[in-house]
Design a protein around this ligand. Structure first.
Ligand SMILES: [Zn+2]
Length: 375
């Protein structure tokens, strides 16, 4: 049993919807079910996903593999804009069904909390439709706990007036606030500027929402400093982050959300992980589940890649996919096994917690509980 204080050999967990006992099996207050050789950890927490999508972008993957890059695909009307077309044609029911099926598959991989962003609607009515579909999934107790994020600035719709689009997206934050916990914006070259994202971030804070931003995926244009200025809970991507950016995140206590599946897909060099670690920036690992740059639903795969490609230790990967991820989502009673915390936990068919980052692509969760109920 893996706890924040270390692993308990021959350990036991007793729980209802909260954890009641953690310790040696010999001292447990009630009769126990013997799990045999197994590891028990907190349920995994995926702090960055775009899991509410429909359609498929297999064709553009083939284009990318033939030598086209992300920007070529975007210029040809593919990428985010092609998923936006699929979203526009889908009903709220269609979106809910696609998301629910995806969350069920994530649960089978040991994930009990999932942040889900909108951002494929682009147009206000479509963004609200996506947020309502996310809210329906979030209302269910038989799925992972859902933390909804309004991704206000993701891509500019084809032919849209830039200034008018940003103004409308900023105004939409207030309207979206009852359906979201966080607001996000994509700050990068060929995306949105610091100034544009600052307006959205301030609107989020005014509406009582938290901020998390996509920054530094292709270039450092000052997004990390904006995260620090806004007191953002997370700065996500950071493949490009200057020393000043890292220092700003450390000062603000903003977590770095590492997305190794995306940089793997795009063939990019890793973020400056050693510098982030040295600066004391919390390292969160997430799947970035999306139909383009991270076509996976597997947080364990992202953990494996964080170890192999980014140089995290297996323990850092587990911390980054449990309690550090939960803290970045303000879910402080999830993501860790402690008496009184919510009973989100996983029994793994594995010999050791370090083995979590090894059986790549193979689900090894035997039992998955959210709030004490099997999901
Ligand atoms: Zn993303």
């Amino acid at each position: 049993v893996v706890t924040p204080g270390g692993a308990i050999e021959d350990g036991a967990v007793v729980f209802d919807d909260r954890i009641l006992y953690l310790g040696p099996a010999a001292g447990a207050p009630s009769r126990l079910e013997d799990c045999g050789e197994a590891v028990i950890t907190a349920g995994l927490v995926d702090a960055h996903t775009h899991a509410c999508w429909v359609g498929s972008r297999h064709a553009e993957y083939a284009v990318r593999m033939a030598g086209g890059d992300y920007r070529d695909i975007a210029a040809a009307g593919g990428g985010i804009v092609s998923t936006a077309r699929a979203i526009a044609q889908a009903s709220e029911d269609d979106l809910e069904q696609a998301l629910v099926a995806r969350l069920q598959r994530m649960a089978r991989m040991g994930v009990t909390t999932v942040e889900v962003k909108s951002g494929y609607g682009l147009e206000p009515a479509q963004e609200m439709k996506q947020l309502r579909a996310i809210a329906r999934a979030a209302a269910r107790s038989d799925l992972p706990h859902v933390v909804p994020t309004f991704l206000a600035l993701h891509a500019l719709p084809k032919g849209a007036d830039r200034a008018a689009f940003v103004k409308r997206a900023t105004e939409l934050v207030t309207e979206a606030a009852p359906l979201a916990r966080f607001v996000d914006a994509y700050v990068d070259e060929n995306a949105f500027t610091v100034e544009e994202a600052r307006g959205v971030g301030r609107a989020a804070l005014a509406a009582g929402l938290g901020v998390r931003l996509h920054v530094g995926q292709f270039a450092d244009v000052g997004g990390a400093e904006l995260c620090a200025e806004l007191g953002a809970r997370s700065a996500d991507h950071l493949e490009h982050a200057s020393d000043a950016a890292i220092a700003a995140l450390a000062r603000a206590g903003t977590a770095a959300v590492l997305l190794p599946v995306a940089s793997f897909t795009l063939g990019q060099a890793p973020p400056p992980v050693q510098k982030l670690r040295d600066a004391g920036v919390p390292l969160v690992v997430a799947s970035d589940a999306n139909p383009g740059t991270a076509p996976t639903e597997s947080l364990p795969l992202a953990m494996a890649m964080a170890v192999r490609l980014y140089g995290l230790s297996p323990a850092e990967a587990l911390d980054g996919a449990t309690h550090l991820a939960a803290r970045s989502l303000d879910c402080v009673d999830r993501g860790h096994l402690e008496v009184g915390a919510r009973a989100d936990l996983v029994v793994w068919d594995l010999p050791h917690e370090q083995a979590l980052v090894q059986p790549w692509g193979t689900p090894r969760a035997r039992h998955v509980f959210r709030d004490g109920v099997a999901i």
